[in-house]
Design a protein around this ligand. Structure first.
Ligand SMILES: *Cc1c(COP(=O)(O)O)cnc(C)c1O
Length: 389
């Protein structure tokens, strides 16, 4: 990662980062290396492990190509690739927390992250506390002498609260804690966490990097100070991803900028259209001027991806289900970042602080690569389903 890495435009970099074709006979793409054993030329080399690759769990030319590409995007000292986005959340938490430590986790966090904290971190003797996503520099008041990690996610899952990451990072560092950020929504194309004071950037590559709803993968990128501890833990746990999935994510990166531009444009168009609908109380998209976190989004982010929520003006589960069941193009399913549009009725039952006060059910949309007019017509059908109740 040189200082001139940002000289080229995003799409130029996405097309060329990672592997060097010259390293493998000029083939544009790197080989997909299926490996456990790596042979050594002699006993001395084996005893000292004095060669670049030593065993499949420790990395291959395929994982190296992806991790180098992500390092260039993130501006990080090192990146690990793990078998899912959720593993990319859990491994750094395990790497930096011990019994007796205190962790602060944003209350609008991705639910499986909370589940890991509740089921695993508490059992291992870690004190877990949730905080308001709008806390900003006031996180200082929540810091304890044993606070080791502040975990952030911005915008928040499902409700899209924006966090003031630079203010939180400064306060956390002042209190001796490191900062992790789940940056899956923005990807390093629209926000580079390490440039804003974050120590470890987490990405569910399952989403936009992979882009086709056909695999699971996660990455964690660390700054210089945190890289060794992260990498040592990764090696200790043996959570290495499968080579075909790693390759597919590298392949996905090549078109990610173009796909994100389309997701962004279509999502903005649909979000603005929804804002004008009488059935809709509020649209939760940080790129909209009406969003309470819009100023932070504008200051820190260079774009928005294709996932946002809207709040129905009234009703509950029955109304949400009537709307969803009427949809034909939007699929009902979890995850996002693929080529196809999805909708889900969001549950906020796990929240203790960031509950919001919404007059009706919250529906999350992932805007895919379909034509906007067709998606709009499908949502219109959803509203008809609502009226037919
Ligand atoms: C999907 C998601 C993850 C987990 O990714 P998986 O690959 O599905 O395990 C983590 N964080 C956020 C914010 C996500 O949306």
């Amino acid at each position: 990662m040189g200082t001139d890495e940002r000289k080229s435009g995003t799409n130029t970099r996405l097309a060329h980062i990672g592997n060097d074709p010259g390293d493998f006979f000029g083939f544009v793409n790197p080989p997909v290396v299926h490996a456990s054993t790596v042979l050594f030329p002699d006993a001395e080399t084996m005893a000292t492990r004095n060669q670049k690759y030593t065993y499949g769990t420790r990395g291959t030319p395929t994982t190296e190509a992806l991790c180098q590409a992500i390092d260039e995007l993130e501006g990080s000292a090192g990146t690990i690739a793990v078998p899912s986005g959720l593993a990319a959340v859990c491994v750094p938490l395990l790497a930096f927390l011990s019994a007796g430590d205190h962790v602060l986790i944003v209350d609008s966090v991705y639910y499986p992250t909370r589940n890991f904290a509740e089921r695993m971190l508490r059992r291992l003797g870690v004190e877990v506390e949730y905080y308001d996503p709008h806390v900003g520099a006031r996180i200082t008041d929540l810091m304890k002498p044993n606070t080791k990690v502040v975990f952030t996610e911005s915008p928040g899952s499902n409700t899209f609260e924006m966090q003031d990451i630079p203010a939180i990072a400064e306060a956390a560092h002042g209190g001796g804690a490191i900062v992790m950020m789940d940056n899956t929504w923005a990807t390093p194309v629209f926000f580079r966490p390490l440039d804003h004071g974050v120590d470890l950037s987490i990405n569910a590559a399952t989403k936009y990097p992979a882009g086709h709803s056909d695999l699971l993968l996660g990455t964690v990128s660390a700054n210089e100070a945190c890289w060794k501890q992260l990498h040592d833990t990764f090696i200790a746990l043996g959570v290495c991803p499968a080579p075909d999935d790693v390759y597919q994510v590298l392949r996905g990166l090549r078109s990610m900028g173009v796909r994100l531009a389309r997701h962004q444009e279509s999502a903005f168009a649909i979000a603005r259209w929804l804002e004008g609908r009488q059935e809709v109380a509020q649209v939760l998209h940080p790129g909209l001027e009406s969003h309470p976190g819009h100023a932070i989004w504008k200051r820190d982010f260079s774009g928005a991806s294709g996932v946002f929520s809207f709040v129905l003006a009234k009703g509950g589960k029955r109304e949400a289900h009537a709307f969803l069941d009427a949809l034909k193009i939007f699929g009902l399913g979890y995850s996002w970042g693929g080529f196809e549009s999805l909708a889900v009725h969001v549950s906020l039952e796990d929240r203790t602080i960031a509950k919001g006060s919404y007059p009706g059910p919250v529906i999350r949309l992932q805007i895919g690569l379909e034509d906007v007019e067709d998606l709009q017509a499908d949502l219109e059908t959803g509203f008809e389903g609502l009226r037919a109740l």
